[in-house]
Write a protein of this length. Structure first.
Length: 286
């Protein structure tokens, strides 16, 4: 079932530093900015320490807790080999897999999820359209969805988080139309629904979701070009979807950008080198 592959790649986040947009919160604190950079260099322990430092001075800010949850997800995905292209080439890897989750990591992720939801809800009680809280909830629902789908292989249980994340993305865009990170969730949802069998598409019908691949790719392009926290992740997700669309030139271009931005990330480099070698070999045989 090819649609299952779309639950891969963690529609969670890519909090790299880009220019601030609109009312979206900016990582002005040095600890938070360091955490964002470390996350994408796969320095997960260092990222968590920086996030802990930030939370010490901002204990009721939900955003660093959502980022911390994501560090545990990314670490588990890397350990399972789910960040590599060959993982995505066979749906059986997504449906079943042989990877056993780390129970301590799962408990730590759950703790971070609870703190995110607690402080986000407190903020929303005071200000129902607080962009910081809505973004944190977008991120953490994505973390929960992808942990269930990719680490625990509980695909059906992950569906409710697809809906929830999309609701928060819509609210965030209504509160701030320039919160371009929300287009990552919106685009992911569009592309996913477009690839579902009819009966599942009917079951998962959502307001304002057209369910077309073109719309999904267009929304992801907005996040990849203009996003703030989620820009690099949008680039990575878009690269994988372009690969599914047999547009390898676009995938290679995006992987080249990620490799340049995060030179210490061995997975980005490896996937870029493999694709470049494959395309070079194909051109020679033409």
């Amino acid at each position: 079932m090819k649609y299952l592959l779309l639950l891969s790649l963690f529609s969670t986040l890519a909090f790299a530093g880009a220019s601030s947009t609109g009312n979206a919160p900016a990582p002005t604190n040095e600890s938070l900015q360091t955490a964002l950079n470390d996350l994408y260099e796969s320095n997960f322990d260092a990222s968590r320490q920086a996030l802990n430092d930030y939370s010490t001075s901002h204990p009721q800010d939900p955003l660093p807790y959502s980022m911390k949850a994501a560090t545990y997800l990314f670490a588990e995905l890397e350990r399972a080999g789910a960040l590599k292209g060959n993982f995505l080439s066979d749906d059986k890897n997504v449906q079943h897999g042989e990877y056993k989750p780390d129970k301590r990591a799962a408990a730590s992720l759950e703790d971070a999820v609870k703190l995110t939801r607690k402080y986000a809800r407190l903020r929303l009680l005071e200000q129902p359209e607080d962009p910081n809280a809505l973004l944190a909830l977008c991120i953490v629902t994505g973390v929960q969805r992808d942990y269930l789908a990719l680490v625990e292989h509980k695909l059906r249980e992950s569906y409710s988080f697809i809906r929830e994340s999309n609701v928060y993305a819509k609210r965030l865009l209504q509160a701030d139309p320039t919160a371009y990170d929300a287009y990552l969730t919106k685009g992911f949802t569009e592309y996913l629904v477009a690839n579902l069998p009819f009966y599942l598409r009917w079951m998962m019908s959502m307001d304002d979701v057209t369910g077309t691949r073109e719309q999904g790719l267009s929304d992801l392009q907005i996040a990849a070009q203009s996003g703030h926290y989620l820009k690099p992740f949008a680039q990575l997700l878009l690269a994988m979807f372009y690969l599914r669309e047999k547009r390898e030139d676009k995938t290679e271009e995006l992987l080249a950008q990620l490799t340049e931005q995060y030179p210490s990330n061995k997975t980005f480099r490896s996937e870029y080198d493999k694709l470049r070698a494959k395309r070079a070999g194909t051109r020679k045989t033409e």
